[in-house]
Design a binder for this molecule. Structure first.
Ligand code: 2AM
Ligand code: CA
Length: 269
């Protein structure tokens, strides 16, 4: 893809993320309906749907021939059929949006022929935008992000979402992560995968491990972490798939092998 096209895509992705974030903040101040998706701990609001529609409209107005894979399925086409695919989550961390009114994000990625080109994660409550273009580095607002500090697993601050994942208990990965919590400096649970990945890129967290994530959860964060010099794979060490739920591990490169070895001790993953 030409540099000029890439720049235009990046500008639109940044614009969509900011606009979506602004809309979420505005709607947060008004009453909104909350529904259970699969259970009482899996929420979706009318705002998630409205914000996704807003982003889809912005994208299609500019690029009517692009496909969109979004969590709320606002785009009706078959995402597999498009050369250029936008992968979006209008509100990543809906539980936080409802309960905390912070710690949620907008996640927007652009993939071309299966390759991740652009990743944007915007935290509207703090007005922080994490972004990356493949081959051009990662940024938090205007500050470049570079994971240059060598971190040992023992001194790492890790983050996870496995403790509210039922499958984690079934396959025993929750116990492995629990043991890991005793080995590292600290463990955090933020509840927005996109934001957690962005924080790994920014060095606020040294690693993130999760189960059952969808492409809209990790699509943008993966590009940002990799452009900052970090590594992102499944817990088995394989590339992340786009067409099914997947485990995700993202971390400072210094302890990737050690962490991967630890996590892959579970045969069922
Ligand atoms: P969502 O808000 O877009 O659904 C990993 O933690 C991901 O799981 C989050 O990014 C969040 O994405 C989703 N999730 C679903 N249920 C959750 C819960 N009870 N607490 C936190 N995250 C949850
Ligand atoms: Ca969501």
């Amino acid at each position: 893809m030409q540099t000029s096209s890439l720049t235009a895509l990046k500008e639109l992705a940044l614009q969509c993320a900011r606009s979506a974030g602004k809309l979420s903040l505005a709607r947060m101040k008004e009453p909104f309906t909350v529904e259970y998706k699969t259970s009482a701990s899996d929420l979706v609001t009318a705002v998630d749907k409205e914000v996704e529609k807003h982003v889809v409209d912005m994208i299609l107005q500019r690029y009517p021939d692009h496909g969109i894979l979004g969590e709320e399925s606002t785009f009706t086409g078959d995402p597999g059929k498009y050369e250029t695919l936008w992968v979006i989550d209008p509100i990543d961390g809906t539980t936080n949006f409802v309960h905390q009114q912070i710690n949620f994000s907008v996640s927007i990625a652009v993939y071309h022929k299966g390759e991740g080109l652009i990743g944007v994660v915007y935290d509207p409550s703090r007005d922080e935008i994490f972004h990356a273009v493949k081959g051009e580095g990662a940024y938090l607002n205007d500050q470049p992000l570079r994971l240059e500090r060598q971190v040992h697993l023992e001194e790492a601050l890790l983050c996870t979402s496995v403790f509210w994942n039922k499958r984690a208990e079934q396959i025993g990965i929750d116990q492995i992560v629990k043991k890991l919590a005793g080995k590292v400096r600290g463990m955090r649970l933020l509840g927005s995968a996109a934001l957690e990945l962005a924080y790994v890129a920014a060095g606020r967290l040294d690693g993130y491990v999760s189960l059952s994530l969808n492409a809209w959860d990790f699509g943008a964060g993966k590009i940002i972490v990799e452009e900052a010099g970090g590594r992102v794979t499944t817990m088995r060490g394989t590339p992340l798939p786009f067409d099914q739920k997947s485990s995700v591990m993202a971390c400072n490169p210094a302890f990737y092998e050690e962490l991967q070895h630890y996590l892959s001790m579970n045969e069922n993953m």
